[in-house]
Structures are given as structure tokens and as C-alpha cells.
Design a protein around this ligand. Sequence first.
Ligand code: GLN
Length: 414
Amino acid sequence: MKKQDSPYFSDSTPPSAHSAAIAPFPSRLPHVGTTIFTIMSALASESKAINLGQGFPDFPCDPALIAAVSAAMMAGHNQYPPMAGILELRQAIAEKILALYGKSYQPETEITITAGGTQGILTAVLCCVHSGDEVILLEPAYDSYQPAIELAGGKPIGIALQTIRDQKGQVTSYEIPWEQLSQAINKKTRLIMINSPHNPTGMVWSKADLDRLATLLANTDILVCSDEVYEHMVYDGQAHQSVASHPQLAKRSFLISSFGKTYHVTGWKIGYVAAPAELTHEFRKVHQFNVFTVNTPVQYGITQYLKTAAHYQNLPRFYQAKRDYFRAGLANTRFQLLPCPGTYFQCVDYSALTVPEAKLNESDFCRWLTTEIGVAAIPVSAFYAKPLESGVVRFCFAKQTETLKSALLRLQHL
Ligand code: GLN
């Protein structure tokens, strides 16, 4: 099924084509409808299902963070901040990156506050990709990457992660296809988009992976857009491998991060991009004309809150407990659990379920699971430009234990 034919993507015919009130113009994104996350959240809410689809926590953030933002509003921090974000916040971010990854970014010239990770990614792509440039992305890829490349006039070159299967044909893991990646690089390649911890598969890059990428890119002018919004969700004692910790990659990378993910406030839409001064210079040229800047009181509130590292230091333990609880609940079912070394997403292969719906494609399976079983999930096929069905769906476990418990009760019947 073509993506645009999927029930999860809205009609891509412009309304004007129906009404003839205005002459239709060619769409900039002809194959794009509404995002899978919006569609599944709407279906979950309509069906009163437990929403383990779109990735967001169902528990509140620390009241101290709300108090810090409120205090900033009451103190009158309600007008435009500087275009790149308030300096205090950029300084706090620079200190944090230095402490965690050993790289010193200049707050004045190398860090920009963005309206979340997605805006950071779009802006990074728009500022460096020219018409006809090739941009490599590893699929499954977060759904904003390809449209961002297309809006810049670039050509997305999707390379599928290698799907590893057991003897029964069930998916057990994904691996980086280094050989194909190396073959895809040519003179037209402008940018490569990487994402660790990876949405949707949960896989994380190792230091050896970063080394291998650096070797591939040595002697090229290829830039890197490194989406690290789940940087504090890496489990089992592993360390997150940031491009910031790798000098050869850091010098050519836009590092994208998100406060929404780290502080349980996805609706605040705030993140940042760290990149060498030459890259940031171009980044800000675009940034100033797509959002100009990001709301002031939240910047002050987060600056206050960043002073205590305890929150993000504790995050791996906090989410690992949720991951383990959810996995233990699914362990006795016929769902095949894929590894989850990072992110707050658990992927499962559903092809061995005994219900007839196990034969459905991923989109239809998710629709059925939401409307009939009462648990929403995301089809992993939605993360590929050309549909690739592997019988795998994604659950988000950033939920209260009660929510996970109720969802497990429903899933255990299958
Ligand atoms: N990043 C979130 C996810 O993967 C969704 C964000 C969005 O809905 N745009 O579920």
C-alpha cells in the first residue's frame, strides 16, 4: 500500500481541488497527509483506548519546574528573548554538554534554543541542503526527516536498517548496513541524518559505530544532523554516545536535543541545537525567519531547573524500571519483544499471535488493536518512505504503572 493510500494519512487532495474556489497549486509535499502520531492519538481518544502510540508521558513534570516557569512569568520575563535564546540557558547547556560529553561549545555562537527537536531538525536541513543535494537517512526514520529534506529541495536517500530475524521469521533486532551506507555516499551527498537512541526501534549507537561513521565521512564535506532527543534514556548501564563526544564528528554536526523529552513536558516545545560556529551562523539565518525565537518564561524556568543535574541523572533508572515492567508483562504473551537499549519505545513483532488479525499489515493491525482491544500503538511501517512490512509495532512505555498495567491486561489476552 502506498503511504498516501493508508487510512492513517489524510486525503492529500487539496480542498481547492474540490471547491474550485481557487485554482489548485502543486503541493510542496504531495505525498504527505497527517502524521501517524496525530492520527493514532485521535483514534485512541475516539475509541477510548489506552494510548501507547504517540510518544509522550502521561504523568506530570516536577512541580518545581512549573514553579520556576511561573516565577519567571511573574517576574516579568514575557517579552522577546534574544533570537538565539537567553544567554543564561545557552551557558547552562554548554556546561552540561561539557560535563557529559567533554566538548566545549561557545554559548554565544554555537548554541541556539529551538521550538523543540522537530524545528531544530527542519532548520538544520533547510540551512544546508540545496536543490538536488542528496541526504542520507536510515530507515525506519522519524517521520519529519523526509519532508524536511523535500522542503529544502533535497533528495532523500533512504537506507533501510538491516532487519535481523530468527528461524521463525520474527524480527529480533536491527543493524546499521555499513556497506550500503558507504555505497550511498557520493559527490552529491550533503548531509546524513542519524538518530541515537533511535525512534522507533530503540537501538543505540556504540562508540565503534561513531568511529565507523567518522571514517566514512573523513575527506568529505558531508554534514551530520544528529537527533539525540532521547539522550537520557539509555539503559543497562550503557552510556549515550553523542556526536559531541567525537571530535571528528562534532566539527561537522548539528546536535539536536529536546527538553520536552528530558523533563516530561513535550507540550512546551523547547529544545536546542549545538553546532560549530560556521554551521550555527547559517542555522540562525533560517531560524530567525521560521520562529525568530522561543518563548521567554520557559527558557528562564529551565535555566533554573538545569542547575540540578539530579533529574536527568536519574532518568535512565526511572525509565528502565518502566521498560522492565512493560517487558515483563509482555514476556508471557506471543508478542516477540525486540531489544530496547534506549528511548521510551518498545517494539514488538506480532506475527506469532494466534488471532486472525496477526496477518494484517501494521497499519491495519494498529487500527484493530486500538479500536477492538483498546490499546493504541504505532506501525513501524510509517517510518519508511516506501512501505516495508515486517509485522512490528511500537508501544510507548512513558506511562504511569497503572496505565501500563491496564494495557498489559488487554494485551495479555491475545
Ligand atoms: N516524537 C513523538 C513520537 O515519536 C511524536 C511527536 C509528534 O507527534 N510529532 O511519538
